[in-house]
Design a protein around this ligand. Structure first.
Ligand SMILES: Cc1cc2nc3c(=O)[nH]c(=O)nc-3n(C[C@H](O)[C@H](O)[C@H](O)COP(=O)(O)OP(=O)(O)OC[C@H]3O[C@@H](n4cnc5c(N)ncnc54)[C@H](O)[C@@H]3O)c2cc1C
Length: 389
């Protein structure tokens, strides 16, 4: 029986396991997927995460491959509205490091135990002296036990530990299209650009190897489940809409390089608590943040990085660090609320508006960016997270 069992080998569970192993804790991971995923979701790592990952060596591995984005621009109809300067922040890593999620996960996994793959958790029960975890997989059904269990199994696993009505959920009407693509050489290759258009936002972020991530507000407005939905979600239709968005919103040169597009909807979900006795819940299982704002994975990584020393102390002394854990939980829930609010503001800023409102929005944003100095880059770079202080 390990001292700590982690459920889920996504970025958050892997990071926790690596940090616990580095501190001498006997830790195991169970993971439903038979192989590591290669789909790209999160691409940006922020300053507090890069600082906290230094001790375990992951920061150097990440920075060896990542693009260091030190500048963001807001543009509208080809005009520069304002600039966000990460390089003026007084932090150890004054940039956003961008890397596809699979490569980030590989960098985080060094030092973590290999997960027991193809093993899905079906039930979790907290007892007095341990936590019991029912699993099913190639080896059949089994029950695992550990004195401490951490659920880091993403959004789908939330129902294992929370009653659906106990979790606060907000669904947004917005839909987005996304693609990572090779792009022609450009002078602003290392600049993140947010194009504010009347038809909706288009985000354009640098990635390594002359690639960029494009995310566009999707003009297709059919409600989920409507008869039109299947057509709208056909791969060719999504690709065509994203290409149109690039042509019309300021990235025409890249439009033809796109080869596919995915679509996503957004929700904001916050669990009422992140621990019950010997069970702790972190990452997307505890809080789901709209990707518009790019903080969801960072939030989860900070959960893991701040939790690891507390769990290591618990296993070393045999005494639950109750005060430290209570403070940790309060800080993490507060940070999740802050990140959720920021993402909601970002989404509101990027919605379609009339031409008049669009012009006003551009002027207001330009003035606000100029007037607030480092406040906006500080907030985008997770400077408001409790772990950043
Ligand atoms: C389109 C998109 C773009 C995004 N961009 C960004 C970004 O730029 N920056 C950012 O910070 N965040 C971003 N995010 C959010 C980010 O991807 C998530 O916050 C992050 O992946 C959460 O990590 P996690 O480890 O908590 O969960 P996950 O990544 O979901 O990993 C959970 C793991 O648990 C496993 N699992 C699930 N159920 C079980 C079970 N029952 N038993 C065993 N194993 C199980 C899963 O297979 C998976 O491997 C984005 C999200 C999306 C959808």
């Amino acid at each position: 029986m390990p001292e700590v069992l982690v459920i889920g080998a996504g970025p958050v569970g892997t990071t926790l396991a690596a940090e616990l192993a580095r501190r001498g804790v006997d830790v195991e991971i169970v993971e439903r997927r038979p192989h590591a995923g290669d789909g790209s979701r999160a691409i940006g790592l922020h300053a507090p995460v890069l600082a906290a990952l230094e001790a375990g060596g992951a920061t150097d591995r990440i920075l060896a491959d990542a693009v260091r984005v030190s500048r963001g621009e807001a543009r509208s109809d080809g005009t520069l509205l304002g600039v966000v300067r990460f390089d003026r922040l007084s932090v150890r890593h004054p940039y956003v490091a961008t890397l596809p999620q699979a490569r980030t996960e590989a960098a985080l996994a060094v030092g973590a135990p290999a997960p027991r793959r193809g093993t899905a958790v079906t039930a979790v029960r907290v007892a007095d002296a341990d936590v019991r975890v029912r699993v099913t997989g190639a080896r059949g059904d089994d029950e695992l036990r550990a004195p401490i269990v951490v659920l880091a199994a993403g959004v789908g696993a939330r129902d294992l530990v929370f009653r659906p009505d106990a979790v606060r959920r907000t669904s947004y009407p917005d839909r987005y299209l996304m693609s990572d693509a090779d792009v022609p050489e450009r002078p602003d290759a290392e600049t993140a650009v947010v194009h504010l258009a009347a038809a909706g936002v288009l985000e354009s972020f640098p990635l390594p190897d002359s690639r960029r991530r494009f995310v566009a507000w999707d003009t297709a407005t059919a409600a989920a489940g409507s008869p039109d939905d299947a057509d709208l979600d056909a791969p060719a239709a999504r690709l065509a809409r994203l290409r149109t968005a690039l042509r019309e919103r300021g990235e025409a040169d890249a439009a033809e390089t796109l080869t596919s597009a995915t679509g996503f909807r957004v929700r904001r979900v916050l669990a009422p608590a992140m621990r019950r006795g010997r069970l702790v819940v972190i990452g997307d299982s505890a809080h789901e943040i709209s990707p518009i704002g790019g903080q969801g994975m960072n939030l989860g990584l900070l959960d893991a990085l701040t939790l690891a020393p507390l769990l290591a102390e618990w296993t070393r002394t045999g005494v639950e660090p109750a005060t430290g854990l209570a403070r940790w939980e309060r800080d993490r829930l507060r940070s999740a609320r802050t990140a959720g609010r920021m993402a909601a503001v970002n989404m509101r800023l990027g919605r379609p508006v009339s031409a008049t409102t669009h012009a006003l929005r551009g002027r207001t944003l330009g003035t606000a960016l100029a007037a607030t100095g480092s406040l906006v880059p500080h907030a985008y770079a997770m400077g408001l997270d409790a772990a950043a202080r």
